[in-house]
Design a protein around this ligand. Structure first.
Ligand code: FES
Length: 103
């Protein structure tokens, strides 16, 4: 059954960056790109590396290791070297709180 988690306040995640949260077995990144928030898996699908220090721009995050890019809204891999999409999670803003939903 889906579960909701209040992971952070809106002001705690700076623009063009993300913050990583461990929820159960999941490593989830919450991203702020131009004031819009997204939740995706935090680990790159190419190798076991966190995307959290990646470059956030134009609705995408670029992996710090080999520069693979993923679209934040859909998790879609944007091409070599990444071909497997990131999982994404529903996110809503409730007052000041960022709330994400996990399966
Ligand atoms: S580990 Fe992310 S692109 Fe290679």
């Amino acid at each position: 059954m889906a579960q909701e988690h209040r992971v952070a306040k809106v002001g705690e995640i700076e623009a063009e960056s993300g913050k990583q949260f461990k929820i159960g077995d999941l490593e989830i990144a919450v991203w702020n790109n131009e004031g819009k928030f997204y939740a995706t898996d935090a680990i790159c699908t190419h190798a076991w590396v966190s995307l959290i220090d990646g470059y956030v721009e134009d609705g995408c995050v670029e992996c710090p290791l080999h520069a693979g890019r993923f679209e934040l809204a859909t998790g879609k891999a944007q091409g070599a070297p990444v071909f497997v999409d990131l999982k994404t999670y529903p996110l809503r803003i409730d007052g000041d709180d960022i709330v994400i939903e996990t399966p």
